[in-house]
Each structure stands twice: as C-alpha cells, then as structure tokens.
Write a protein that binds this ligand. Structure first.
Ligand code: IMP
Length: 430
C-alpha cells in the first residue's frame, strides 16, 4: 500500500506545493487532510506559476485525482473561484476533484469573527479566512458540514443556530446582514459543490485496497500544529502526520512513509515565538532573494536561521523518515551560514523545542557557524554538481538530525529538484 504523507516541518511555506507536485506525478490520488484556503501552495510548472489554496497540488497532473478530506474546512466561494481560475488556464477540475461530505463549511460569519478577533487582544496574525472560527464551530458541535450544506432545509436550520450562538459577539445587525449575504450566494454555490461531493473515506479505502499510490498533503507546518506547535500562535488543525489519519479517514496502518519538507533556513508569517529570527539587513537580503512574501496574504515573511531543536521535535511528532530540503539556492552568497543546535534557557541547555510559552519566547539559540557557498545553484541538476560547501551543509544537517534529505530543491521550477535516491524517488513512497 504505497501511501505517503508529506508534511511541512517548520512554520509552513516550506515549499510543500512544489514537492507535492513533483511527487504526485506518480500518484493516483492526492489528498488534503486539514486546513483550508489559508494555505498558499505555489507551483511553477511549464513556465507558469500556479498559486493553489484549497485544491490539492496533484490537480496540475491530468491523470491524478484529488480529494479534499473531511478534516479540511471548505469555503465554497473560495473553492469556486479557485476552480474557475484553474479552468480558465485549461486545468480540468470538475470530474477530478472529490470533496468529503463530512468536511466543514466556512461561511461569511466565520470570516467576520476572524476579523473581529484579529482586531482585538487575541490576535495571532491569522490569514482572516475564517479558519479558526470554523474549526471552533466544528468542535462546539454547531458547524455546518458539506452534507448539511447540500440539504437546503437542514442548512437554514443549522445556519440559524450557529448565527444565534454568535449574535452577542457579532451584533444583531451584522448577523442579519451576514445571513442575507450567505443565503443570497447559497443556490449558486450549492449547484457548484453538489456534483463534487462524495464519501471520500470510502473512495480512499478502495484506492488503498487496490494498491493505488496515495499522497496525503499537509497545509501549514509542524510549528503551526494546534497540539505540537507554538500554541496559541498556531492554526486550528493538525498538520502533523497523525492529522492525516483523522482528516482523511485512513487508518494509521495504511501509511507507509512520511516526508518532511523544510527550508534550508526558516520563515514564519504571523505573530508568535521564533527563536532563530534574524536581524536586518541579513533577513531582508534573504527575503528578497527568496521572494519570502505570503502566497495567500502577501505579507512579508519573518526570516530565521535553520533551527535543529525545532526540526528534531517536528521529525519526532510526525515520524518523518526523509526530508526534502528546499531553497538551498537562496542561501548562496550568505557567509557564514548559522544553524541553531540547541537553546539556552535559565542556565539550562535544551535540545528540543520547549512546550512552555515563556521558554519559547526567552530561549536563546546556540549557533554553529558553517562556511557559506556561492554561485547560481538553480542550474545544478545533481547533488554532485553542487558546490562542495553546499553539499557539506546538507550532509551536516542530515547528520545532526539523523534524517536523510531525499530531495534537495534549488529553485521554484519543477526541473530544479534534485532527487538523491535511485530510480527517480520511488523509494520516497515507502
Ligand atoms: P489561520 O490558519 O488563518 O487561523 O492563522 C493562524 C496562524 O497560522 C497565523 O500565524 C498564520 O499566519 C499562520 N498560517 C496559516 N496558514 C499558513 C500558511 O499556509 N503558511 C504559513 N503560515 C500560515
């Protein structure tokens, strides 16, 4: 059963879209299992750039089927806009995309709540897509699932119950306006969504039974995981590999291997602790060279050095057996390259990412400086062609983490992907 989970090993934006697109050429099914249109997966393919938010990156290969699993929160308006924009560029979506009947639906009041909260004291720097409030409604058992959304009578009833629960926070006038807005868009969105929806747990079980190649694609990353991340500055779902089981309806025994995607340095958007954050102007140089601006919100990303305690924790929580190390080309010209090997907090050395929010804020990185490299790495097509110092950097990181980098990426293009394992990365599948 060749089932592979691809997770982000840092704070999101590691280049999962590119890596998943690369690996999904050989996949029968690509599945999103958590998050929503807060994600921004940029894929450069055939000289064109595609920014995907909700639709799995497998959509760009014509033979791959794509699934939005039950753990995802689906904004029908955003899904329609993304499907149309892909179809305008000759990428067929309808007929190749299945949406779980059990997924929860993001509605206008979720976005209104997200905006209200972000304007107040509890701000985490969210993407304002309504992700957190939708997951809140799910856990509070007043959410609207896709199956409910497709039944007009049920939908109206569940919507009114949810709006009543939020009336104090939103205000009566806003609730009336949001209700009108939701119901006005509803018939068209329902017509679009209905033919896509099905029992995706059954679909996946059948695919696994037949030995099909299934790739489960996380959004965001390990440190934004609601359980394993820098709580409360996290997203509201589980990007870690365990989230793939609940969010796709696949048993843990179905999963063969887990690939973690990590940048050769670190970035984060939004608020929250970031122990290896770099000072300017080094951060600015890397931001410009690596085009480090959010694919969903356009916000400049915060830039930091590679953080080994953070990666060790991510590798452990997701059972990552191989890494894809991306954006090595962006580090070219930076000398020396710093890597955090441990933290110091209150006179103690920490080898893992601490759970305490105070320790996450106050821990100071212990750095090791490694020699930098130069030259245009984007044109190199094999590991052996990379500058010796770049190879040493990769090998040293692998040794420190006890985890091989099966893929090294040296640019956004599909062809700028170095597979270090024999037979075009087949072993990455299990
Ligand atoms: P939310 O997921 O919009 O609720 O945002 C919660 C936190 O996760 C914020 O710090 C966001 O910036 C961050 N976040 C959400 N999606 C992404 C992503 O795709 N990449 C990086 N950060 C993200």
């Amino acid at each position: 059963m060749p089932v592979l989970v691809v997770v982000g090993a840092q704070w999101g934006d590691e280049g999962k879209g590119k890596v998943v697109h690369h690996l999904s050429r050989g996949a029968d099914l690509v599945v999103r299992y958590q998050g929503g249109d807060n994600a921004g997966h940029t894929v450069v393919f055939g000289g064109e750039s595609f920014a995907l938010h909700l639709i799995p990156s497998g959509i760009l290969w014509p033979r791959t089927r794509n699934v939005i699993g039950n753990g995802v929160v689906v904004n029908p308006q955003a899904l329609l806009a993304e499907a149309r924009s892909l179809e305008r560029r000759a990428v067929a979506v309808r007929g190749r995309l299945a949406v779980s009947l059990q997924a929860h639906v993001i509605l206008p009041h979720h976005q209104a709540l997200d905006r209200l909260r972000e304007a107040g004291r509890g701000a985490v720097g969210s993407t304002l897509k309504g992700i957190g409030p939708c997951y809140e409604d799910k856990v509070a058992r007043r959410g609207v699932r896709v199956a409910d959304y497709l039944e007009p009578g049920t939908f109206r009833q569940v919507l009114d119950e949810a709006l009543a629960a939020h009336a104090d926070e939103l205000g009566r006038a806003a609730v009336r306006r949001l209700r009108r807005q939701t119901l006005a868009a509803y018939p068209g969105l329902r017509r679009f969504l209905a033919p896509l929806c099905q029992d995706t747990v059954r679909l996946l079980a059948a695919a696994c039974r037949r030995g099909r190649r299934v790739l489960l694609e996380s959004a965001q990353g390990a440190m934004l995981d609601i359980d394993h991340g820098t709580y409360p500055f996290v997203t509201s779902s589980n990007p870690c590999s365990g989230g793939a089981c609940a969010g796709a309806g696949l048993p843990p025994t179905a999963i063969d291997s887990v690939l973690g995607v990590a940048k050769a340095y670190t970035t984060r958007v939004g608020l929250g602790p970031f122990p290896t954050e770099m000072p300017e102007p080094v951060a600015g140089r890397i931001r410009e060279k690596g085009h480090e601006y959010g694919a969903t919100t356009g916000r400049p990303r915060r830039i930091g050095w590679l953080d080994l305690p953070q990666l060790r924790s991510a590798i452990r929580a997701s059972g990552i057996s191989r890494l894809a190390l991306t954006k090595l080309d962006t580090l070219s010209g930076t000398d020396p390259i710093r890597v955090c090997t441990a933290y110091l907090w209150r006179g103690r050395r920490l080898d893992d990412f601490p759970a305490s929010r105070r320790a996450q804020q106050e821990a100071r990185p212990v750095y090791r400086d490694l020699p930098g490299f130069s030259g245009d790495l984007g044109s190199r097509r094999s590991f052996a062609e990379l500058p010796a110092a770049a190879r040493r950097y990769v090998r040293w990181v692998e040794g420190q983490l006890g985890c091989p980098a099966g893929i090294v990426s040296v640019g956004a293009g599909h062809e700028q992907t170095i597979l270090r394992e024999p037979r075009s990365g087949k072993s990455l599948w299990g």
